[in-house]
Design a protein around this ligand. Structure first.
Ligand code: B12
Length: 273
């Protein structure tokens, strides 16, 4: 029997025209069909910060939800893979040194151990340029989000410096570390022997949120010290996170406490109980 000839559809006018899924209006718009509680769903979506009420097309996600996911993921990748804007570092007179990473961000992601060691040139430069034995030593690391540093440095760094001076602390020469991990604090402590090391570093970005910065701190960090010897003030960003100016106050109060009790991390908690 002869097969019936299928008529080819004319696709010249065919297009998928979806609104930009990254706008707030679309992002928080419930996409689930017939939710059991439609009145509170929009509020839940706004409050949760997770992907709920996105609906489905058969067993799959809807195209809008998929595009939003891809867009948010691109924000994360950008924040992670690019370097901190040089103009910003220049504005705050931050000279740059590097860890033992030689193979770019790919190696940085695969070898956190190298990101915790200053390379030889960095050790020489820091020794040459920085004041020794200050009360506090500030360093700025790209970490997992250069965008977080760019979003918060201009507010946070001067505020910490001013608060520290107001508290009667001496402040060392700040600098920038490329391919930086938290454990770098030990090398800084050994080289400059400050009382407290304060490391401003980009946090691992969430989907669509790349501007969150952390401040990790430790009392007299040195070889062998671990995260148990450190404290962190996290989620620093304007409009919804820990406000950078408030964070600066907390950072300096904590530094004062560390010096008073000559301890940080778990030891400080026990000492102040
Ligand atoms: C990734 C992560 C972890 C990973 C770290 C592994 C790794 N190699 O990355 C794991 C799952 C092991 C972890 C464990 C813990 N974490 Co955690 N972690 C995070 C997260 C999601 C991102 C951190 C980041 O981006 N760091 C920056 C990069 C560049 O640092 P890194 O050198 O690559 O990795 C180091 C840091 O991440 C550090 N670290 C991770 N968590 C913590 C917590 C503390 C108190 C300290 C001092 C250090 C530390 O450990 C890594 C190795 O040195 C943050 C969330 C956030 N908003 O920041 C929470 C966060 C920092 N963690 C938190 C907590 C409470 C913990 C735990 C104490 C949980 C527990 N009760 O066991 C433990 C402590 C572990 C430790 N290191 O001593 C809290 C800290 C809250 C606070 N202000 O004190 C945060 C902010 C999460 C939250 N609740 O909002 N964590």
């Amino acid at each position: 029997m002869k097969k019936p000839e299928l008529e080819q559809p004319d696709l010249s006018d065919f297009r998928i025209d979806l609104p930009d899924p990254t706008t707030d209006e679309q992002r928080y718009q419930p996409q689930a069909e017939a939710p059991s509680n439609p009145d509170i769903l929009p509020e839940m979506i706004r409050a949760a910060g997770t992907r709920i009420g996105v609906g489905r097309a058969g067993p799959r996600v809807k195209t809008g939800a998929l595009l939003l996911f891809q867009g948010d993921h691109a924000v994360t990748q950008d924040a992670l893979y690019r370097d901190i804007d040089q103009d910003l570092l220049d504005e705050f007179d931050l000279f740059s040194v590097q860890t033992n990473i030689t193979g770019g961000k790919e190696e940085y992601l695969l070898r956190p151990d190298f990101g915790r060691q200053l390379n030889d040139e960095a050790k020489r430069t820091i020794t040459e340029k920085c004041d020794k034995r200050p009360n506090i030593q500030i360093a700025v690391g790209d970490g997992l989000s250069s965008a977080a540093v760019e979003a918060n440095l201009a507010q946070l760094l001067p505020a910490i410096q001013l608060e520290a001076i107001a508290a009667g602390l001496t402040v060392g020469t700040p600098f920038h570390i490329k391919y930086c991990r938290v454990g770098i604090m030990n090398d800084i402590g050994e080289l400059l022997q400050p009382d407290v090391v304060i490391l401003l570093i980009g946090e691992r970005p969430g989907l669509g949120r790349a501007n969150s910065l952390s401040v990790y701190m430790g009392y007299k960090p040195e070889k062998g010290k671990t995260d148990a010897d450190r404290d962190v003030i996290s989620n620093i960003f304007a409009d919804g996170g820990t406000n950078p100016r408030e964070a600066a106050k907390s950072v300096v109060q904590l530094a004062v406490k560390m010096r008073t009790y000559q301890a940080s991390g778990v030891k400080l908690k026990i000492a102040t109980q």
